[in-house]
Design a protein around this ligand. Structure first.
Ligand code: GCO
Length: 255
Protein backbone atom coordinates (compact mmCIF):
# COMPACT_ATOMS: atom_id res chain seq x y z
CA UNK A 1 0.00 0.00 0.00
CA UNK A 2 1.75 3.24 -1.07
CA UNK A 3 1.43 6.49 0.91
CA UNK A 4 -1.50 8.61 -0.37
CA UNK A 5 0.94 11.46 -1.12
CA UNK A 6 2.24 9.38 -4.03
CA UNK A 7 -1.15 8.77 -5.66
CA UNK A 8 -1.66 10.30 -9.11
CA UNK A 9 -5.37 9.44 -9.23
CA UNK A 10 -7.36 12.08 -11.11
CA UNK A 11 -4.26 13.56 -12.75
CA UNK A 12 -3.22 13.46 -16.42
CA UNK A 13 0.40 13.25 -17.55
CA UNK A 14 1.75 14.17 -20.99
CA UNK A 15 5.07 12.42 -21.62
CA UNK A 16 6.91 13.53 -24.76
CA UNK A 17 8.90 10.93 -26.66
CA UNK A 18 7.04 8.13 -24.85
CA UNK A 19 6.41 5.43 -27.48
CA UNK A 20 9.49 3.57 -26.20
CA UNK A 21 12.58 3.76 -23.98
CA UNK A 22 12.71 5.98 -20.92
CA UNK A 23 9.57 7.89 -21.95
CA UNK A 24 7.45 4.77 -22.21
CA UNK A 25 8.77 3.40 -18.90
CA UNK A 26 7.96 6.69 -17.17
CA UNK A 27 4.50 6.90 -18.77
CA UNK A 28 3.73 3.32 -17.70
CA UNK A 29 4.92 4.04 -14.16
CA UNK A 30 2.80 7.19 -13.88
CA UNK A 31 -0.20 5.24 -15.19
CA UNK A 32 0.44 2.45 -12.66
CA UNK A 33 0.39 5.18 -9.97
CA UNK A 34 -3.09 6.25 -11.12
CA UNK A 35 -2.50 8.96 -13.73
CA UNK A 36 -4.19 9.13 -17.10
CA UNK A 37 -1.45 9.39 -19.70
CA UNK A 38 -1.01 11.10 -23.04
CA UNK A 39 1.71 9.37 -25.04
CA UNK A 40 3.61 11.33 -27.65
CA UNK A 41 5.94 10.48 -30.49
CA UNK A 42 6.40 11.08 -34.20
CA UNK A 43 5.80 7.49 -35.33
CA UNK A 44 2.01 7.05 -35.15
CA UNK A 45 2.11 3.27 -35.61
CA UNK A 46 4.63 2.76 -32.81
CA UNK A 47 2.68 5.20 -30.63
CA UNK A 48 -0.57 3.33 -31.16
CA UNK A 49 1.08 0.02 -30.28
CA UNK A 50 2.48 1.50 -27.06
CA UNK A 51 -0.91 3.00 -26.18
CA UNK A 52 -2.58 -0.37 -26.77
CA UNK A 53 -0.10 -2.04 -24.40
CA UNK A 54 -1.00 0.39 -21.60
CA UNK A 55 -4.73 0.13 -22.33
CA UNK A 56 -4.40 -3.66 -22.05
CA UNK A 57 -3.36 -3.02 -18.43
CA UNK A 58 -6.58 -1.05 -17.91
CA UNK A 59 -5.03 2.40 -18.09
CA UNK A 60 -6.64 5.53 -19.60
CA UNK A 61 -4.36 6.43 -22.50
CA UNK A 62 -4.41 9.02 -25.28
CA UNK A 63 -1.89 8.88 -28.13
CA UNK A 64 -0.92 12.25 -29.64
CA UNK A 65 1.51 12.08 -32.55
CA UNK A 66 3.35 15.38 -33.01
CA UNK A 67 6.94 16.56 -33.45
CA UNK A 68 8.05 18.52 -30.38
CA UNK A 69 10.38 20.50 -32.68
CA UNK A 70 7.41 21.78 -34.71
CA UNK A 71 6.00 24.68 -32.68
CA UNK A 72 2.77 24.83 -34.69
CA UNK A 73 2.24 21.11 -34.09
CA UNK A 74 2.81 21.57 -30.35
CA UNK A 75 0.32 24.44 -30.20
CA UNK A 76 -2.20 22.40 -32.21
CA UNK A 77 -1.73 19.39 -29.94
CA UNK A 78 -2.54 21.43 -26.85
CA UNK A 79 -5.57 22.93 -28.64
CA UNK A 80 -6.69 19.36 -29.38
CA UNK A 81 -6.33 18.44 -25.70
CA UNK A 82 -8.24 21.60 -24.70
CA UNK A 83 -11.06 20.71 -27.09
CA UNK A 84 -11.21 17.19 -25.65
CA UNK A 85 -11.34 18.59 -22.11
CA UNK A 86 -8.02 16.94 -21.25
CA UNK A 87 -5.99 18.97 -18.75
CA UNK A 88 -2.26 18.27 -18.55
CA UNK A 89 -1.47 18.26 -14.83
CA UNK A 90 1.95 16.67 -15.23
CA UNK A 91 4.35 17.33 -18.11
CA UNK A 92 7.38 15.10 -18.63
CA UNK A 93 9.75 16.67 -21.17
CA UNK A 94 11.51 13.48 -22.24
CA UNK A 95 11.80 13.74 -26.03
CA UNK A 96 15.44 13.74 -27.11
CA UNK A 97 17.99 12.51 -29.59
CA UNK A 98 21.65 11.64 -29.36
CA UNK A 99 24.26 12.40 -32.05
CA UNK A 100 27.83 11.32 -31.45
CA UNK A 101 30.59 13.12 -33.40
CA UNK A 102 33.66 15.19 -32.45
CA UNK A 103 32.91 18.93 -32.64
CA UNK A 104 35.53 19.57 -35.35
CA UNK A 105 33.58 17.18 -37.60
CA UNK A 106 30.11 18.31 -36.48
CA UNK A 107 27.87 20.11 -38.98
CA UNK A 108 26.07 23.12 -37.56
CA UNK A 109 22.69 21.74 -38.66
CA UNK A 110 23.33 18.60 -36.59
CA UNK A 111 24.24 20.80 -33.60
CA UNK A 112 21.05 22.82 -34.06
CA UNK A 113 18.87 19.68 -34.45
CA UNK A 114 20.06 18.21 -31.14
CA UNK A 115 19.66 21.52 -29.29
CA UNK A 116 16.18 21.99 -30.80
CA UNK A 117 15.01 18.47 -29.92
CA UNK A 118 16.58 18.14 -26.47
CA UNK A 119 16.26 21.70 -25.11
CA UNK A 120 14.14 24.14 -27.11
CA UNK A 121 11.27 21.65 -27.31
CA UNK A 122 11.20 21.46 -23.51
CA UNK A 123 10.75 25.24 -23.40
CA UNK A 124 8.01 25.26 -26.08
CA UNK A 125 6.02 22.34 -24.67
CA UNK A 126 6.62 23.64 -21.13
CA UNK A 127 5.33 27.09 -22.07
CA UNK A 128 2.14 25.66 -23.60
CA UNK A 129 1.56 23.48 -20.53
CA UNK A 130 2.27 26.31 -18.07
CA UNK A 131 -0.14 28.66 -19.87
CA UNK A 132 -2.85 26.20 -18.78
CA UNK A 133 -1.42 25.19 -15.40
CA UNK A 134 -1.12 28.79 -14.13
CA UNK A 135 -4.89 29.55 -14.25
CA UNK A 136 -5.52 26.18 -12.54
CA UNK A 137 -3.09 27.09 -9.76
CA UNK A 138 -1.11 23.87 -9.85
CA UNK A 139 1.12 21.74 -12.09
CA UNK A 140 4.16 19.51 -12.29
CA UNK A 141 6.95 19.73 -14.86
CA UNK A 142 9.60 17.01 -14.99
CA UNK A 143 12.45 17.66 -17.42
CA UNK A 144 14.66 14.74 -18.36
CA UNK A 145 18.31 15.71 -18.02
CA UNK A 146 21.33 13.45 -18.02
CA UNK A 147 24.69 12.83 -16.39
CA UNK A 148 25.75 15.30 -19.06
CA UNK A 149 23.72 17.96 -17.27
CA UNK A 150 26.72 17.91 -14.94
CA UNK A 151 29.68 16.27 -16.70
CA UNK A 152 30.94 16.35 -20.29
CA UNK A 153 31.98 13.40 -22.41
CA UNK A 154 33.86 13.77 -25.70
CA UNK A 155 31.86 13.40 -28.95
CA UNK A 156 28.45 14.33 -27.48
CA UNK A 157 28.79 18.14 -27.26
CA UNK A 158 25.33 19.25 -28.47
CA UNK A 159 23.64 16.65 -26.24
CA UNK A 160 25.77 17.78 -23.28
CA UNK A 161 25.03 21.47 -23.87
CA UNK A 162 21.33 20.76 -24.28
CA UNK A 163 21.16 18.69 -21.11
CA UNK A 164 23.12 21.32 -19.20
CA UNK A 165 20.51 23.75 -20.44
CA UNK A 166 17.75 21.44 -19.19
CA UNK A 167 19.16 21.79 -15.66
CA UNK A 168 19.07 25.59 -15.89
CA UNK A 169 15.71 25.68 -17.74
CA UNK A 170 14.32 23.74 -14.76
CA UNK A 171 15.56 26.51 -12.47
CA UNK A 172 14.20 29.21 -14.79
CA UNK A 173 10.81 27.51 -14.74
CA UNK A 174 11.01 27.49 -10.94
CA UNK A 175 11.85 31.20 -10.87
CA UNK A 176 8.75 32.08 -12.90
CA UNK A 177 6.22 29.32 -12.09
CA UNK A 178 6.73 28.23 -8.45
CA UNK A 179 4.58 31.17 -7.34
CA UNK A 180 1.74 29.56 -9.28
CA UNK A 181 2.16 26.28 -7.41
CA UNK A 182 3.91 24.66 -10.36
CA UNK A 183 6.86 22.51 -9.31
CA UNK A 184 9.52 22.09 -12.03
CA UNK A 185 12.22 19.51 -11.41
CA UNK A 186 14.51 17.28 -13.47
CA UNK A 187 15.68 13.70 -13.50
CA UNK A 188 19.25 12.93 -14.57
CA UNK A 189 19.39 9.32 -15.76
CA UNK A 190 22.73 7.57 -15.73
CA UNK A 191 23.81 5.11 -18.41
CA UNK A 192 20.54 3.28 -19.08
CA UNK A 193 19.76 0.20 -21.16
CA UNK A 194 17.92 1.92 -24.01
CA UNK A 195 17.83 1.77 -27.82
CA UNK A 196 19.63 5.14 -27.90
CA UNK A 197 22.58 3.56 -26.11
CA UNK A 198 22.59 0.21 -27.92
CA UNK A 199 25.83 1.00 -29.81
CA UNK A 200 27.52 1.73 -26.48
CA UNK A 201 26.07 -1.34 -24.79
CA UNK A 202 27.32 -3.52 -27.64
CA UNK A 203 30.82 -2.01 -27.41
CA UNK A 204 32.76 -4.20 -24.94
CA UNK A 205 35.20 -1.40 -24.11
CA UNK A 206 32.46 1.14 -23.42
CA UNK A 207 30.37 -1.44 -21.56
CA UNK A 208 33.35 -2.22 -19.30
CA UNK A 209 33.96 1.52 -18.76
CA UNK A 210 30.35 2.14 -17.67
CA UNK A 211 30.43 -0.83 -15.29
CA UNK A 212 33.78 0.31 -13.85
CA UNK A 213 32.88 4.03 -13.64
CA UNK A 214 29.46 3.44 -12.06
CA UNK A 215 29.64 2.69 -8.31
CA UNK A 216 26.67 0.33 -8.68
CA UNK A 217 28.79 -1.56 -11.24
CA UNK A 218 26.06 -1.84 -13.87
CA UNK A 219 23.87 -0.06 -16.43
CA UNK A 220 20.51 1.24 -15.21
CA UNK A 221 17.13 -0.04 -16.38
CA UNK A 222 14.43 2.38 -17.62
CA UNK A 223 12.02 1.13 -14.94
CA UNK A 224 14.46 2.38 -12.30
CA UNK A 225 13.38 5.95 -13.13
CA UNK A 226 9.74 5.30 -12.20
CA UNK A 227 10.02 5.92 -8.45
CA UNK A 228 11.63 9.33 -8.92
CA UNK A 229 9.15 10.24 -11.66
CA UNK A 230 6.15 9.33 -9.47
CA UNK A 231 7.64 11.29 -6.56
CA UNK A 232 8.18 14.42 -8.69
CA UNK A 233 4.73 14.04 -10.30
CA UNK A 234 2.93 13.68 -6.95
CA UNK A 235 1.91 15.79 -3.96
CA UNK A 236 4.92 14.29 -2.15
CA UNK A 237 7.10 16.90 -3.92
CA UNK A 238 4.85 19.96 -3.58
CA UNK A 239 7.60 21.94 -1.82
CA UNK A 240 10.41 20.77 -4.12
CA UNK A 241 11.34 22.79 -7.21
CA UNK A 242 14.40 23.52 -9.34
CA UNK A 243 16.09 20.25 -8.38
CA UNK A 244 17.71 17.59 -10.54
CA UNK A 245 17.75 14.08 -9.11
CA UNK A 246 20.41 11.80 -10.59
CA UNK A 247 19.28 8.20 -11.02
CA UNK A 248 22.72 7.00 -12.06
CA UNK A 249 24.01 4.26 -9.76
CA UNK A 250 26.15 6.92 -8.06
CA UNK A 251 28.19 7.83 -11.15
CA UNK A 252 27.89 11.63 -10.98
CA UNK A 253 28.97 11.67 -7.32
CA UNK A 254 32.35 9.97 -7.58
CA UNK A 255 35.65 10.27 -9.49
C1 GCO B 1 26.54 8.90 -24.34
C2 GCO B 1 25.20 8.46 -23.79
C3 GCO B 1 24.80 9.31 -22.59
C4 GCO B 1 23.63 8.67 -21.90
C5 GCO B 1 23.01 9.47 -20.81
C6 GCO B 1 23.92 9.57 -19.63
O1 GCO B 1 26.71 8.87 -25.56
O2 GCO B 1 27.39 9.25 -23.51
O3 GCO B 1 24.20 8.51 -24.78
O4 GCO B 1 24.53 10.61 -23.04
O5 GCO B 1 22.61 8.43 -22.81
O6 GCO B 1 22.62 10.73 -21.25
O7 GCO B 1 23.25 10.28 -18.61
Amino acid sequence: MSHPLFSLAGRTALVTGSSRGLGFAIAEGLADAGAGVVLNGVDAARLDASAAALRAKGHAVQALAFDVCDEAAVVAAFAQLDAAGIEVDILVNNAGVQFRKPMVELATEDWRRVIETNLTSAFVVGREAARRMIPRGRGKVINIGSLTSELARATVAPYTVAKGGIKMLTRAMTAEWAAHNIQANAIGPGYMLTDMNQALIDNPTFDAWVKGRTPAGRWGRPDELIGTAVYLASAASNYVSGQIIYVDGGMVSVL
